[in-house]
Design a protein around this ligand. Structure first.
Ligand code: AMP
Ligand code: ZN
Length: 468
């Protein structure tokens, strides 16, 4: 399998650190609002990478954080007269609903920055001990960027060019030793949430959060670190500087970045007012259409969101769903007889589409070509299936379509209503798992229910649930 690595600017053969296992970290959203469709792109793209890796047999440990304390969250809380915790908690739940509707699997772990502050203080202390960081008189801790000799290796920037760019904007009264130094810990302002630390009452900088959460849940060295291309610099560059200086080993072997989503060929941005939330799109389309649209382009290319392209995605998806329905219909009365020679030969031909699909995905996750292979399979199904075909023949083709669509996160089965009894059983199992401190299973069950549109609320009186 070939993966494009931003670090080397090449497609490289993927070799995991540990055989059969993949450790993957994807930078998650800052939760001060509903997620927009730009945020949805890395979610969908890297969920598909995960699904493909699982399909070819890897055991994937997938971690994606929520940044639940930051200036924008605090500002929103001030505007609303609530707390940062309340704002973040609410939008994490909303984000999880959108993810479930886009068929994005819950991560193995979704850590929250605010719950990992101890680890951040520990890593910052280690960086100070090693001379990579220093506390200024006002209680801010900075990273000593020039001390990290490989700074710039991910974004392919030369540190002296960066220095020149920074000189103009150096603010007087700044307590940094050097304009390139960035913040690891910042003292609180009046009314802001804060944590105690050896340097000041305050909160961590954004970059240190990911270094610490990745280390805690995946270890010092991981296989893949991913996010949107805007994160290459400075966020991921700074993460490398922090993690490699603190841990003394390579942080991530592969770095993957998705291209940007534009609207009507213009950069989507909140200031231009030309952005859509996933929730808004869900009012007009099933979010499977949004997913299908995102996968219709290569993940590293820029992608333009427009009404025409969404309509095209909707039609394409319908073609696949219609073929699946046609097969289900035929299967109801198909004769339970053994395969004819002709059917055997057709199934062999059918398998070539799966080979094409795999070849496309093995080439740096070329989902556009993988979708073409699915369309070829659909055409093959439409021309080669009829009421007199053996059940085993139809089932095999259905299974193949189901599997390939499943790798793309496209569900072809009509959604089944989950029964109350099943919900209650899963909740009971989750409670038992929590009692045994098996939080992984407990989170998995919450995710499973979220996928089916069931949200849980833990209260003092027990667990309440509702359909959303
Ligand atoms: P943020 O909440 O801004 O940190 O973004 C969360 C994730 O969404 C990051 O991986 C960003 O790179 C990604 N992202 C934000 N806007 C876009 C966009 N317009 N297109 C693609 N990815 C984006
Ligand atoms: Zn990050």
């Amino acid at each position: 399998m070939k993966v494009y690595n931003t670090l080397t600017r090449k497609k490289e053969e993927f070799v995991p650190l540990e055989e059969g296992k993949v450790k993957m970290y994807v930078c998650g959203p800052t939760v001060y609002n509903y997620i927009h469709i730009g945020n949805a792109r890395p979610m969908i793209v890297f969920d598909t990478v995960r699904r493909y890796m699982e399909y070819i047999g890897y055991d994937v440990n997938f971690v994606s954080n929520f940044t639940d304390v930051d200036d924008k969250i605090i500002q929103k809380a001030v505007d609303e007269g609530s707390s940062a915790e309340e704002v973040a908690g609410r939008f994490i739940e909303e984000c999880k609903k959108d993810m479930a509707d886009m068929n994005v699997l819950p991560a193995t772990t979704h850590p929250l920055a605010t719950k990992e502050v101890d680890g951040m203080i520990e890593m910052i202390s280690r960086l100070i001990e090693k001379g990579y960081a220093y506390a200024a008189a006002d209680g801010t801790v900075y990273y000593r960027t020039r001390k990290f000799k490989e700074y710039g290796k991910l974004s392919h920037k030369n540190i002296d060019d960066l220095q020149a760019g920074h000189r103009d904007i150096k603010v007087t009264g700044d307590l940094k030793e050097d304009a390139l130094d960035f913040v690891l810990w910042k003292p609180k302002k009046e009314g802001e949430p804060y944590w105690e630390s050896p340097w000041s009452k305050g909160r961590p900088g954004w970059h240190i959060e990911c270094s610490v959460m990745s280390k805690k849940y995946l270890g010092d060295s991981i296989d893949i670190h991913a996010g949107g291309e805007d994160l290459i610099f400075p966020h991921h560059e700074n993460e490398i500087a922090q993690s490699e200086a603190a841990n003394g080993v390579e942080f991530s072997k592969y770095w993957m970045h998705n291209g940007f989503l534009n609207i009507d060929n213009k950069k989507m941005s909140k200031s231009l007012g030309n952005f859509f939330t996933v929730r808004e799109v869900s009012e007009r389309y099933d979010l499977q259409v949004l997913r299908f649209f995102m996968l219709s382009a290569h993940y590293r290319s820029p992608l333009n969101f427009s009404a025409e392209l969404m309509e095209a995605a909707k039609n394409g998806l319908e073609r696949i769903l219609t073929a699946a329905e046609h097969l289900r219909h035929l299967l109801q009365n198909a004769p339970d007889v053994s395969l004819t020679e002709q059917e055997e030969a057709l199934l062999k031909e059918g398998k070539t589409f799966e080979d094409k699909f795999r070849a496309a995905m093995e080439d740096d996750f070329n989902t556009a070509d993988a979708i073409s292979a699915v369309f070829e399979l659909v055409k093959f199904i439409n021309t080669n299936t009829a009421a007199d075909h053996a059940k085993a023949f139809l089932k095999s083709l259905y299974g193949q379509l189901h599997t390939l669509c499943g790798v793309l996160g496209i569900l072809i089965e009509p959604e089944e209503e989950i029964l109350e009894k099943e919900i209650e059983d899963l909740i009971a199992e989750r409670q038992a798992a929590r009692k045994e401190k098996n939080f992984k299973r407990a989170d998995e069950i919450r995710g499973l229910l979220a996928e089916k549109g069931i949200v849980l609320k833990d209260t003092r009186e027990g667990v309440l649930w509702k359909r959303v």
